[in-house]
Design a protein around this ligand. Sequence first.
Ligand code: 13P
Ligand code: SF4
Length: 365
Amino acid sequence: MAASALSIQNYALLDDNDCEQRIVAAKQKLADRCIILGHHYQRDEVFRHADVSGDSLKLSRYAAESGAETIVFCGVHFMAEVADILSRPEQKVLLPDLAAGCSMADMANLANVERCWQELAQVIDAESQVTPVTYINSAADLKAFCGQHGGIVCTSTNARDILEWSFEKREKVLFFPDQHLGRNTGYGMGIPLDQMVVWDFSRPMGGLDQESIERARIILWKGFCSVHQMFQPHQIDDFLQKHPETKVIAHPEASFEVCQKADFIGSTEYILKKVREADAGSRWLVATELNLVNRLHEECKHEGKNIHFMSPTVCMCSTMFRNDPQHLAWVLENLSEGTIVNQIQVPEAEAVLARKALENMLSLA
Ligand code: 13P
Ligand code: SF4
């Protein structure tokens, strides 16, 4: 990282209104040299500055196609890594706060996944029988692992297509890090629950015996998103008792029990599209992050649509929240002075293999 001309300490105490003006001014100065990508879970004060918003798939495609010199990624670390891997070598990707990670992505690391692969190889021929599939919510070295072992990346939008591709290659899938996306997608394809086993990475052989590994079609990593585990099936039952006309829509990171009760399941982009296209006056119960749901409610309320957040408690993604207006102003003002801060750079050897797994995914759409 280049030396920072302007220190973050000078921004930490700025109020949001000051930051707002400084962000707008820096953006104007930078013009089309810089593009801001914003994930749907970003807080309003940051989200409103995004030139493009989207889910993980849409934003990674955009990063691959953008002509801007610099991509400021208002999202989390793995998203900025994907943007770096898919963008041109001369483009730079910045993440406003380097601590904006993803707690689910952190539940799988290369050492654990390599150990799992070796342990699987003791009971089956992993290389010829198992396609490794990583959810895009994972570190770049896990995408590289998939690239190295004939595997692929998926997002919440394309998980079914990716599993179909994977089963064409080999009879089993090792799916990490999100067990819920893997289970919900596999079940939707007709794979019975008893053919999807959970690999507990804290136990030898994932806590499984040889027979269950041999019988399994999908081996699910024991990872989860804590934000989406706040949604519970009884919240749906209680709500439907009061408002039986409600449509329920959930992100596939929510539990199997919640997704089974949902009328629709899909990515953040899908949820927005489905509710925006719905009839005026319709009522929706939504199981995904609060910032998205609050914005959707504000956007749709004038059409008489009622958009409700599923959980009675606040479920914000605390890591997405780390990108605050102070960090965005700091990154943009430095950039407008010619100084790069918080650049995300995936080492080239890792990027080459990760790109392979990402390109396998992108070639399918
Ligand atoms: P989407 O790709 O659906 O936006 O999901 C990303 C994510 O992290 C959801 O928790
Ligand atoms: Fe990760 Fe969950 Fe936050 Fe999505 S909502 S970025 S999966 S912690």
